[in-house]
Design a binder for this molecule. Structure first.
Ligand code: SF4
Length: 350
């Protein structure tokens, strides 16, 4: 049995029961792949079902508002995925007459779809012979073929891609790809791989050479940059003043609060004056002496240290885009980053 046959045979008999595996519909495959890009399978399952139950077709997803899509995405992080999802649904519905692209090149043209996702949809939905390479596949191949080149270097990535293409069974590309990924997810795991249950153990070079622990080799990641954010939580009694993030930055489209960035400390007295200047007609009636809530939030290349300062305000509360005065009962309806959600929960706004 060659590697692909052994993997597919094992996969068919051992695969986990996952909702997107019940279908070859490209909409379902695409949605699951976008959700799973940075998300654990267990969490992804819940969101996938939520989306499919609410938007059973790409047409329904395309007619939702971006706010509703972001709200449904809330908690998954990396919100550009949700915005791209919505954009692409509208593009396919309006520009392509609702027909999902069915070639690798056309899939790659979709916003938010890279080589991995294009190969996954092409192979699983259409049976096209394109090998997928994701983190799981890299690890499996680096061990199977004992690749000593760092897999995140240009040279190493090329070696892995060639190996992935080489072992692909073009006639069963969908099952083959899913089998390699599944092996990486449940057997050939980063730590303590279950080699005794592995269907390709007899062919594994890292196992034969005792180098499993050292594979895959990776170049060191850059250190996370530190970013301080001070939030002014403007409390007008019946609710809070939110700001929708519109810049090309983290959390675009989501709501947080007016903020100051740059230094670890801030003077609430000076800031209060500044706030009154920024929002004419609004008066600060209660100054915070300390942050109401502090949290550290980690993103891929960033460490955010956030402080939430609650100011009592009266007069004219800001209500012009990007600001919105939101009453307490409506706060749960707006899409916010996880960090802000934590604050709102902690301070009993939710
Ligand atoms: S034998 Fe072990 S290290 Fe090699 S592919 Fe299988 S699980 Fe991974």
């Amino acid at each position: 049995m060659n590697i692909s046959d052994a993997l597919i045979y094992w996969y068919i008999n051992h695969k986990r029961d996952l909702p997107w595996r019940e279908s070859n519909d490209p909409y379902h495959i695409w949605l699951s792949e976008i959700i799973l890009q940075q998300t654990r399978v267990e969490q992804g399952k819940e969101y996938y079902l939520r989306f499919i139950n609410t938007y059973s077709t790409i047409g329904f997803l395309s007619s939702a508002s971006e706010d509703d899509v972001l709200k449904m995405w809330q908690g998954l992080g990396y919100y550009s995925r949700a915005r791209n999802l919505h954009y692409t649904a509208k593009y396919i519905t309006r520009e392509l007459g609702g027909k999902f692209p069915d070639t690798y090149a056309a899939l790659l043209d979709l916003k938010g779809v890279g080589p991995y996702t294009a190969a996954a949809i092409a192979s699983i939905a259409y049976g096209l012979p394109h090998a997928v390479v994701d983190g799981n596949v890299m690890r499996v191949l680096a061990r199977l073929f004992d690749v000593s080149e760092p897999v995140n270097s240009t040279e190493g990535a090329k070696i892995i891609k060639n190996l992935a293409d080489e072992i692909l069974d073009p006639a069963r590309a969908g099952d083959h790809n899913q089998a390699v990924m599944e092996l990486g997810a449940v057997i050939c795991t980063p730590r303590s791989p279950k080699c005794s249950e592995c269907p390709v153990a007899a062919k594994c070079l890292a196992k034969a050479r005792n180098t499993i622990e050292e594979r895959p080799v990776k170049l060191k990641k850059q250190k996370a940059k530190l970013r301080y954010i001070h939030y002014a939580v403007l409390d007008y009694g019946g609710g809070l003043v939110f700001r929708q993030r519109t810049e090309e930055d983290i959390w675009k489209g989501l709501h947080d609060f007016e903020s100051e960035e740059g230094s670890a400390e801030i003077s609430p007295v000076k800031w209060a004056k500044q706030l009154e200047n920024t929002f004419p007609g609004m008066r600060i009636t209660a100054l915070p002496s300390a942050p109401e809530f502090e949290a550290v939030h980690l993103l891929t290349h960033r460490r955010i240290e956030a402080k939430f300062w609650r100011f009592g305000v009266s007069g004219i509360t800001p209500n012009k885009s990007p600001y919105k005065s939101v009453s307490k009962k409506d706060i749960e309806r707006i899409a916010v980053p996880r960090l802000v959600h934590k604050y709102l929960e902690k301070s009993k706004w939710l």
